[in-house]
Design a protein around this ligand. Sequence first.
Ligand code: UDP
Length: 327
Amino acid sequence: MNNVLVTGGAGYIGSHACKALRAAGFTPVTFDNLITGWQDAVKFGPLEQGDLLDRARLDAVFAQYRPVAVMHFAALSQVGESMQDPGSYWRNNVSGSLTLIEAAVAAQCLNFVFSSTCATYGDQDNVVLDENSAQYPINAYGASKRAIEDILKDFEPAHGLRHVIFRYFNVAGADPEGEVGEFHRPETHLIPVLLDAIDGKRDALTIHGTDYPTPDGTCIRDYVHVCDLVDAHVLGLKWLLAGKASQVFNLGTGSGFSVREVMDHSREVTNRKVPFAEGPRRPGDCTKLVSGSTRAETDLGWRPERSTLKDMITDAWRWHQSGHYNR
Ligand code: UDP
């Protein structure tokens, strides 16, 4: 009765969401093709292996579990890769999501929580990014996520599928209890790459661009702790189950940190040097992405509690040193 279908539940954010759902009294049913996810990360409910492009498999899973809602995390999510291989992003993210959305409607599972991104906003100088900001993505990853938002907006009046869309800023950290954490192969995200460099698992962190129009020349991002982020999803789910209207929420703290500032904090937390090299800009990167909205706080009652850089890096470092999943 309290099943929630979690696509991508074997991935970084999805696995933390499963833990939060379980703690809130729901049963998270993970649907994951295990291409970028990890079987060992599925600890809080059943795993149904399958691909979003497989409609028959989705129909069978909806029929078996009759979920009250879908939380849709499964996606390719690397900006750089999306510029080199946009077809995979349009196929997996957009076609895959459309297949899922149509299966949800067919099964009359009409509550949908969607994992979107601030990359849908693109590079907008001196603009405070709130939910009403224009969306001009500059990479295929952001474009694919914006397209899925558009699909959801069309499906509500046509089919009664209500949605909560979360536009994440930069997600970091790990479960402080160490049950799940971040593990991508290959890893491209700043904080885990940086910890790999500190730990000698790679030679150095390459700073992607030092000539941006920011105070220290490196890109600025708004980092949010994965546990705070998934808490917002549980609130968003309850919002939908209470019958409230579809809504879009930014999830960020409103504070921006440059790549060099993140390096400085990592040095302090780990008490080790950060080996680094300066490299060229990475295609598709925005100069600055910082949330300018408090809608999640005011409307959902969201209170980010661990989203300081110190806590995020501390939790990521603890996870990093703990050995990760079997593989
Ligand atoms: N970054 C970097 N070196 C790396 C990985 C990331 O300089 O090895 C920078 C990247 O250019 C961006 C920021 O760190 O400015 C955050 O990148 P990440 O890939 O973590 O997240 P994104 O903002 O692309 O979603």
